[in-house]
Design a protein around this ligand. Structure first.
Ligand code: 9D3
Length: 251
């Protein structure tokens, strides 16, 4: 996948391009990461990229010209049908489903804003979609772009050594992850659950599924509303309720 980022802080992306799963995908050529700095396309001697907002008020606004020239440079290098996305607090909230869908794209250009915002005429004229990563205020679009690209990269074929761990991923199936344990078996009095030591695969996977459902019910009940459960899940959920005092009090 061809990735382009338009950013005033291109070095920030070293954090993802030289580490972990994303870094390996870049090294293996699964992802080509290309950066474009609007400052390089500014024409005045101070290399200005922002100006005061019409209508007054605090902060500065990113000017159209340097952004547009950076975008044009990106488009020259990108596959023809690349999607142009502005990272923006006003955007549609990025999701796991979106991350998986975007794995199909040949090219993706992410524009990272700084200052108070971007001249609306650039957005209207040159942006296909706007993405937010959630309802909190960041200082710019770069971290948001890294979050989105990391989520997308995980779904490109060959990115993960173990593609099973993608299939197993919690937000796909709509439940939170089960708890994990490794050696040693005993940490003082705190021991690994007996079910996981049993060696009985049916018992081990029933334990994990039950704990995943229990945690989801406890921490993120919103993920379970409106869902249809399998017979097996219903049985495991009943076991969760049986272990819950509030449920016992209602009976
Ligand atoms: C506090 C400043 N806000 C004025 C009321 C506007 C504002 C402008 C620019 C708020 C944040 C930003 C920078 N943020 C992003 O560019 C951004 C972002 C975010 O802040 N939260 C979640 N997702 C995203 S995607 C891009």
């Amino acid at each position: 996948m061809w990735l382009g980022v338009i950013t005033l802080f291109p070095e920030m992306f070293d954090a993802v391009s030289s580490n972990g799963v994303f870094g390996r995908a870049v090294d293996n050529g699964i992802i080509s990461l290309n950066r474009y700095n609007p400052r390089d396309f500014s024409t005045d001697k101070h290399r200005t990229v922002d100006d005061r907002p019409y209508g007054g008020g605090p902060g500065m606004v990113m000017m159209v010209e340097p952004l547009l020239k950076a975008l044009e440079a990106a488009k020259k290098d990108a596959p023809e049908n690349a999607l142009v996305v502005l990272m923006s607090p006003q955007g549609e909230v990025f999701s796991q489903a979106k991350g998986i869908d975007c794995g199909q794209l040949e090219g993706l250009i992410l524009i990272c804003g700084r200052y108070e915002g971007i001249d609306e005429r650039f957005i209207r004229g040159h942006v296909d979609e706007e993405w937010s990563i959630g309802d909190y205020v960041l200082s710019g679009g770069e971290l948001a772009a890294m979050v989105a690209t990391d989520a997308i990269a995980r779904h490109l074929p060959g990115t993960l050594g173990n593609q099973m761990s993608v299939i197993d991923e919690s937000h796909l199936d709509g439940t939170l992850d089960y708890p994990h344990y490794t050696r040693p078996e005993k940490l003082g009095l705190d021991v690994v659950p007996a079910e996981l030591l049993s060696g009985n695969h049916k018992q081990m996977s029933r334990y994990r599924r039950r704990e995943a459902l229990k945690r989801t019910l406890d921490r993120r009940p919103d993920l379970l509303t409106g869902r249809v459960f399998s017979q097996e899940d219903r049985k495991l959920l009943e076991e969760c309720f049986a272990g819950c005092n509030a449920a016992k009090a209602v009976e």
